[in-house]
Unconditional design. Structure first.
Length: 467
């Protein structure tokens, strides 16, 4: 864990939970069975999976796995784990799978091939590391980790153990970003200079303040004992500070810096990962964030957030993660010669004004195919009309469901192929996202050395000509 995120436990008040919860934590932290060896799968064997974390996202995964288990029969959900007694009981009743409050007992089972872990963010790295060391393949929800050091450790562990690690970024599989990649590779955009994207929201009750019937709504039986609060916090592993039980923190952890980086951790890691499918993954060299806490004050996370990321291939990404104003700029990759707009049904390629002549011919020579039509694009003080190439998506996956990512994960477990977004991509995305969050809280620009893969205090510009 980076120094800025390390916590001295002595500096915090001891948790005031029930003595039974403390006892349960002691049992949880005791020694466990030896890690299970990886199971060798036959051609007709079902892939056996466990789910660690049975809240809102875990419930969505479990429902999809049960559907797949019934319809395709190539997978079986055999184990579930959650610290919260209510959620664990509900998961057992829903799935018929064996339940565990201690996920290490799940990992010790030799019949389990892989795990899906949609836990609170501060546990993502540790569970992923423990699972890979136990010989299990891993599907971890975004963000892969919430700090750079853990991201490096997850990547290095994946490389050493040769386990599959898939980061659950649905957007990375959406076809429009792969069509965008084809356009970028064709060269018709010229030199890429700016990439813009975002994920903005607004709500009357406050972002992440979920209420019934939402699965993450606060429930009255939640307390230090029923949630195993001492373990949930993870302070014995330096995952987060030790604090008294607070249902706000348990159910609405996204609102608190102890457990991640707000909308950057929740949403922008998805958006950035998808856009990098188009431009190519790389480590950033410089990140700077702005914003503030202007509207929502029941938390210690910003509500307005914009970050800029400079990349070694010499372009700047601008991401908007504002949670109190839903208006969003379009997803766009701006080149010197043409602009590429991305939406949920495909991509549009339009020439920049100085490069209109011969643009259709250049697209044809590059092998780009679609339909040409007049479109209006924003221009300073108004709009400009231009003839642009529309390239529709070639397939329409079930968006915001787990279906096609489960397809990818299960395929990779069998074939050992590389997943859509793996540990390497997750590492690079985490560096950019976490540097952005740190930049906001420390109110300074962050620099990174992509070759040494370390943060640095200062890096001189390499792309600015001097006379």
């Amino acid at each position: 864990m980076s120094e800025s995120r390390k916590t001295n436990r002595r500096g915090f008040l001891r948790t005031t939970g029930a003595s039974a919860a403390v006892a349960a934590a002691g049992t949880y932290l005791a020694g466990h069975s030896r890690p299970a060896a990886a199971r060798v799968l036959g051609a007709n064997d079902r892939v056996n999976l466990g789910v660690i974390g049975c809240g809102w996202r875990g419930g969505q995964h479990m429902k999809e796995l049960l559907r797949r288990q019934k319809e395709k029969g190539d997978v079986q959900l055999v184990a579930v784990s959650d610290l919260y007694v209510r959620r664990l009981k509900e998961a057992e009743e829903m799935t018929g799978a064996k339940g565990y409050r201690d996920y290490n007992e799940l990992l010790a089972r030799p019949d389990i091939d892989g795990i899906i872990t949609p836990t609170p963010w501060h546990w993502h790295a540790k569970i992923s590391l423990d699972a890979m060391e136990a010989g299990k393949d891993v599907y971890v929800e975004t963000p892969m980790t919430i700090n750079i050091d853990d991201a490096k450790k997850v990547y290095e562990t994946q490389q050493r153990t040769k386990r599959i690690l898939e980061v659950g970024n649905q957007m990375a599989g959406w076809d429009e970003y792969h069509r965008a990649r084809e356009v970028v590779k064709s060269g018709v955009l010229g030199k890429i200079v700016v990439m813009m994207a975002g994920w903005c929201r607004n709500s009357a009750e406050g972002q992440w303040n979920y209420v019934a019937p939402h699965p993450d709504a606060i429930t009255p039986d939640a307390n230090a004992e029923t949630t195993n609060w001492p373990v949930w916090q993870g302070w014995k592993f330096n995952l987060a500070p030790e604090r008294p039980f607070d249902p706000e923190r348990f159910f609405r952890f996204r609102k608190f810096r102890d457990y991640g980086g707000g909308s950057a951790s929740d949403l922008l890691c998805h958006t950035l990962g998808a856009m990098l499918v188009a431009t190519g993954h790389e480590f950033p060299i410089k990140v700077c964030s702005s914003g503030g806490q202007y509207v929502e004050f029941d938390r210690d996370i910003y509500d307005t957030y914009i970050t800029t990321i400079e990349y070694p291939s010499q372009y700047t990404a601008i991401l908007d993660g504002t949670m109190v104003s839903e208006y969003s700029w379009p997803e766009v990759i701006r080149g010197h010669e043409a602009v590429l707009l991305i939406d949920r049904t495909g991509v549009t390629v339009a020439p920049e004004p100085p490069f209109v002549k011969g643009f259709e011919e250049r697209c044809a020579q590059a092998g780009l195919k679609g339909e040409w039509a007049e479109v209006d694009l924003p221009r300073w003080g108004g709009q400009r009309r231009v003839k642009a190439l529309r390239i529709p998506e070639q397939k329409d996956p079930s968006r915001f469901t787990e279906n096609f990512l489960h397809d990818d994960f299960i395929k990779c477990i069998r074939t050992r192929e590389k997943p859509l977004e793996g540990a390497w991509e997750g590492y690079m995305i985490t560096v950019a996202v976490e540097m952005g969050v740190t930049s906001y809280y420390e109110n300074r620009t962050m620099h990174f050395d992509p070759e040494k893969r370390v943060r640095v205090d200062y890096a001189p510009r390499k792309n600015q000509k001097k006379f």
